[in-house]
Design a protein. Structure first.
Ligand SMILES: [Zn+2]
Length: 193
């Protein structure tokens, strides 16, 4: 079965058990949001105990507080009433394994998938690539805890984010499934109003 067929088959089963979920309200019932990494090992519904309708989950590479992540968070409180936010990065994040310079070089070389070895990513494609990568801020991670602090602090000081919303900073441990607080991040995200 192709991935497409697998997904559509799984969806048919999901629909069979959908039950009362069609009556869920649009605003998240538990009034909170999680910004986290797209890493396939992370399942916020499981690690944070979410059901459909409970919370907003905003995901990108690294779980970074990009302009677009903040756009979603602003909509999350302003239109849909969330009152607490979590920024959750994780151990062994792929965003720790390259820099802007590296991914720009890989993309300039080819658009094929690079190989990951002990010395990082190397390009194995034929090319041509594109120089467009030079115009993207890839928001890579040099220091795991500091990145959580930086993202929480950026959200806290954003002019469209009210001081009444606490922003908690955590790292998810991919070996144990545990959420580990980054106290400096949570302190940076403390309510100010
Ligand atoms: Zn990640």
């Amino acid at each position: 079965m192709s991935v497409l067929e697998e997904v559509l088959t799984a969806n048919r089963h999901y629909v069979e058990g959908f039950g009362e979920k069609g009556d869920l309200a649009l605003p998240p019932a538990r009034q909170f949001a999680i910004l986290t990494c797209m890493d396939a090992r992370l399942d916020p519904a499981k690690y944070a105990g979410l059901s459909e309708g409970d919370a907003h989950v905003i995901r990108n590479a690294g779980g970074r507080a990009s302009d677009d992540a903040i756009r979603s968070l602003v909509i999350s409180y302003k239109l849909l009433g969330t009152k607490e936010w979590f920024v959750i990065h994780h151990s062994d994040c792929g965003m720790e394994f390259f820099t802007d310079e590296v991914i720009r070089g890989l993309l300039a070389n080819s658009l094929d998938t690079a190989a990951l070895g002990p010395d990082g990513f190397t390009d194995v494609g034929e090319g041509p690539g594109s120089a467009e990568g030079a115009y993207v801020d890839w928001l890579t991670i040099a220091d795991r805890s500091q990145a959580v602090v930086d993202d929480v602090a950026r959200i806290r000081r954003h002019p469209l984010v009210p001081g009444r919303i606490p922003v908690y900073g955590y790292v998810y441990d991919v070996r144990s499934g545990r959420l580990i607080e980054v106290p400096a991040a949570t302190a940076a995200g403390a309510v100010t109003a």
